[in-house]
Design a protein around this ligand. Structure first.
Ligand code: PEP
Ligand code: MG
Length: 885
């Protein structure tokens, strides 16, 4: 047991291979700081292994563990020269959780442990501050009762509020020692009433209870939700840190704060943080008091009047600054540090890699390369590709009319509009109805995680840049404006007010997390672009990656956006999307409803110029890059008239009766359209459809050539092939049309013909199919659907249950499943065996998912193709995949 519980100064921890796995993030860093000789309050870490032992021992600490914990406690007593439970010089400790990765606000913390009716008097004598001692005791009773005894904090808050009302005061600071005495007695009565037991006075029992509670909090609902959202395995467990208390609330030469070594919002290389004089740690993050700036510069920039730490405690500030620089150099990453000043002495309570916005993570990585702290490779590997998503999202269109009703802190960037809701439940409810919401709260707490996830943006009236709302929103990539003291929220009447205006639940507002503005109504947004540090990082990524990145796109707007984001071609142009425009849908319907080939050809002839025009436009934008054009895929009935008016329109233009049309619609009805008459099966029945599309592609090519537009080599893709015969027939069809167009125009045409691999049979028989294909593109949407036999359109209804029951770690329509992956590997091997030069890519949604991109890289595909806004994510993920090989 002795090596499962380690003192912060233990030499043994140096030998641990993965200290974070064993000691948890917080424990590993405290032990590192201890060994570096930084001022860390003495303490020890109970490792994550013990969490496992605890759960296996019926959620109890066994005797051996208790003995070892007490032994470690004696060591702290020696280091602090205080004694646990002593009546003269009592040692007080904090008990905190610390998992491998930081789970902000997820786990429970208990401060001031070791206080009881007697030690509180000793603390009062020793500090000559009775009020402070009593205040600390009541805080402890409150926290312990809530975390360990399961009594809702509300019971205690209510007592304080009533007490203040009776006394006729507003603030807690207006309560004196006697008031706290009275409240302590009331608090203890609540405990007795709720638990039928006295509040525990035995300090060792208190400690045992607190440690057990931290272990139990690993399985709390909110921790489980956080793990699920962040894909953190359940079996990691948490460590527990027991640390001697230092106090930031013993007077005006005391303080507590949170500081980042660089600005977590912009990434600027200047320390950024907040502190509170005469306060205890939780006061800063809880958002109950709005904190002051650390640096003078930040205070001046924000127009604040309250003095910064640099001004009130210049000596301690200097020492802190030096430590921050030491920590950053050691960890080679931006640090998020918690500290306390106790009677002018600085104590470091925690350091960890700081959560940051995507914008700042890019800037910090690029800057650190310039500062020679890290290499380009490290910079690339450090950024979570998915986090770039927020940089690729729209910002407010400053040209549009904006009615700013209030301002707050720019806590998490991005602009978003939505309906005002005041509870997480409402945010979740409306999200289920596909409605965008802005969650408006005085402050958020871990209970709000589900609502913050469901809402599109978060607005709080209290709390700073390091409040729960700010930290969690940044982590989630949700726009957030925090601490807007200009608004007052009335939960009961479901509205918030400013001096000028009242906004009710359901009204639309816009928040701009980059500037802190709160705006009435919906505001237009503008597309982001890649420049500066972002483009530098992307260019480094491009220099490492081997996988090409293409885009799925068929409209000129999307295609242009994808090119701007660095797409190296089109991997999937879904031609059916070109059929829905108003000026062509009627011809499409004519084509489908035609009774004979002749009529069908007439309708197709009307469509040809439209398709040709679309292709010319796309070929022009792609300027020589490859374009994969997929021929018509969905079942024909998708294009049929859906309502009376549409039926009438078609009947007028085709000269058919409404009854005739309705009967044709009935004929085309399918029970399982996804498995029905679609993809190349359509062209087996009606080859003229694909013939028209091929002609449009080839004629577009010739026209581009005539207009001196840089020529491209189109890759004509046949969907839903499962047999060799299908692809053989289709290939002949394409060649036939190509030969006709060549002959008509007396010119050469270069093109490739390939197929999608989106059915298990196609993957297994890839060798035969490859005889007739220049390329394969894995259509993993359909391949996942058909491998599992799970409808991609209906899976949303039950996949959550599969994830909850651990049947799936993640939705297989988001990240490639192992079984689907095996089919891709089989097809890759067999396809290459038949045709060494075969080009291989992926164009299902998985092409933009970093984990799946890693798989594609390992499998040796040539490219991935994804939606335009995911192109930069894919470029970075492809580089990471290469570097991890
Ligand atoms: C696929 O099935 O993966 C694919 C890209 O095609 P679609 O989504 O159009 O069926
Ligand atoms: Mg498909």
């Amino acid at each position: 047991m002795s090596d499962l519980i380690l003192n912060f100064n233990s030499k043994f921890s140096k030998k641990i291979k993965n200290p974070k796995n064993f000691l948890g993030g917080k424990g590993a860093n405290l032990s590192q700081m201890g060994r570096m000789g930084l001022p860390v309050p003495p303490g020890f870490t109970i490792s994550t292994k013990v969490c496992d032992i605890f759960y296996k021992n019926k959620k109890q600490l066994n005797k051996q563990l208790t003995k070892e914990i007490n032994k470690q406690l004696s060591q702290i007593e020696r280091e602090t020269k205080k004694k646990f439970g002593d009546l003269k010089n009592p040692l007080l400790v904090s008990v905190r959780s610390g998992a491998r990765v930081s789970m902000p606000g997820m786990m429970d913390t208990i401060l001031n442990l070791g206080l009881n009716d007697k030690t509180v008097m000793a603390l009062a004598d020793k500090t000559s501050n009775k009020r402070f001692a009593k205040d600390s005791y009541r805080r402890f009773i409150q926290m312990y009762s809530s975390v360990v005894l399961g009594i809702d904090s509300f019971n205690f808050e209510e007592l304080i509020e009533n007490y203040k009302l009776t006394k006729g005061v507003l603030l807690d600071t207006e309560l004196d020692e006697k008031d706290w005495d009275a409240l302590i007695s009331d608090f203890k009565n609540v405990v007795k009433e709720k638990t039928k037991k006295e509040f525990p006075q035995d300090v060792y029992k208190q400690l045992e209870g607190a440690i057990s509670a931290v272990f139990l909090s690993w399985q709390s609902h909110r921790a489980k939700v956080y793990r699920k959202l962040n894909h953190i395995p359940d079996d990691w467990g948490t460590a527990v840190n027991v640390q001697s208390m230092v106090f930031g609330n013993m007077g005006d030469d005391c303080a507590t704060g949170v500081v980042f070594t660089r600005d977590p919002s912009s990434g600027k290389n200047e320390i950024y943080g907040e502190y509170l004089i005469n306060a205890q740690g939780e006061d800063v993050v809880a958002g109950t008091r709005t904190p002051q700036h650390i640096t003078k510069k930040a205070r001046i920039n924000s127009g604040g009047k309250e003095l910064s730490m640099e001004e009130t405690m210049p000596k301690v500030f200097k020492q802190l600054k030096k430590i921050l620089s030491t920590l950053e150099k050691h960890y080679k990453d931006m640090q998020d540090v918690e500290f306390t000043v106790e009677n002018k002495k600085l104590w470091m309570l925690q350091t960890r890699s700081g959560k940051r916005t995507a914008k700042s993570s890019v800037k910090i990585a690029v800057d650190m390369v310039k500062e020679k702290l890290i290499s380009r490779k490290e910079a690339i590997l450090r950024i979570d590709p998915n986090s770039l998503d927020t940089l690729l999202h729209p910002t407010l269109d400053e040209k549009s009319e904006i009615k700013v009703i209030a301002k707050g802190l720019p806590a998490s960037p991005g602009a978003v509009s939505g309906k005002v809701v005041f509870s997480s439940e409402e945010a979740e409810r409306l999200n289920g109805m596909m409605q965008n919401t802005i969650l408006v709260r005085v402050e958020t707490s871990p209970e709000d995680i589900h609502g913050m996830h469901a809402a599109k943006g978060i607005l709080t009236s209290r709390g700073g840049m390091t409040s729960h709302a700010a930290v969690v929103a940044r982590g989630m990539g949700r726009p957030c404006v925090s601490g807007s003291s200009e608004i007052s929220i009335d939960y009961e009447n479901k509205l918030f007010k400013t001096d000028q205006i009242q906004v009710k639940e359901g009204e639309i507002i816009t928040i701009d997390g980059s500037t802190g503005r709160i705006i009435l109504g919906e505001v237009q947004t503008v597309k982001p672009e890649i420049s500066g540090d972002f483009s530098k990082l992307m260019s480094w990524a491009d220099s490492f990656r081997k996988l090409k990145v293409r885009t799925n796109s068929e409209t000129p707007v999307d295609t242009k956006a994808a090119r701007d984001f660095g797409a190296e071609g089109i991997g999937l142009c879904r031609t059916e999307h070109m059929f829905f425009d108003e000026d062509r849908i009627l011809s499409v319907r004519e084509m489908i409803l035609s009774k004979n080939k002749n009529d069908r050809n007439k309708a197709l002839a009307k469509l040809l110029p439209h398709q040709k025009k679309d292709f010319i436009e796309i070929f022009k934008i792609m300027n020589g890059l490859p374009v994969t054009v997929r021929l018509l895929d969905p079942p024909l009935h998708e294009f049929l008239p859906k309502n009376e008016k549409e039926v009438k329109d078609v009947s007028n233009s085709l000269g058919l009766t409404v009854t005739e049309i309705e009967s044709r619609i009935g004929e085309l009805h399918e029970h399982n359209p996804m498995l029905g008459h679609r993809g190349c099966r359509l062209a087996i029945s009606f080859p003229e459809i694909y013939e028209m599309q091929c002609r449009a592609i080839f004629e577009a090519l010739i026209e581009c050539k005539n207009k001196k537009i840089k020529s491209i080599i189109p890759e004509i893709m046949i969907p839903l092939v499962s047999t060799e015969a299908e692809i053989e027939i289709m290939k002949k069809l394409v060649d036939r049309v190509a030969n006709q167009v060549k002959a008509e125009n007396k010119t050469k045409i270069d093109y490739l013909v390939g197929t999608m691999i989106e059915l298990p049979r196609a993957a297994i028989k890839a060798k035969d199919i490859a005889k007739h294909a220049d390329f394969f593109s894995f259509g993993t949407n359909d391949l996942t659907q058909t491998t599992f036999g799970i409808s991609r359109d209906d899976s949303g209804k039950f996949l959550n249950d599969y994830i909850e029951n651990k049947i799936f770690d993640i939705d297989p329509f988001i990240s490639i499943d192992e079984g689907v992956g095996d089919l891709i590997e089989i097809a890759t091997l067999k396809g290459r065996k038949q045709n060494k030069k075969i080009k291989l890519g992926i164009c299902g949604e998985h092409g933009g998912d970093p984990k799946s991109i890693n798989f594609c890289s390992r499998t040796g595909l040539n490219y991935v193709s994804c939606s335009p806004y995911r192109v930069p994510i894919a470029r970075l993920a492809a580089a990471q995949a290469q570097l991890k090989k």
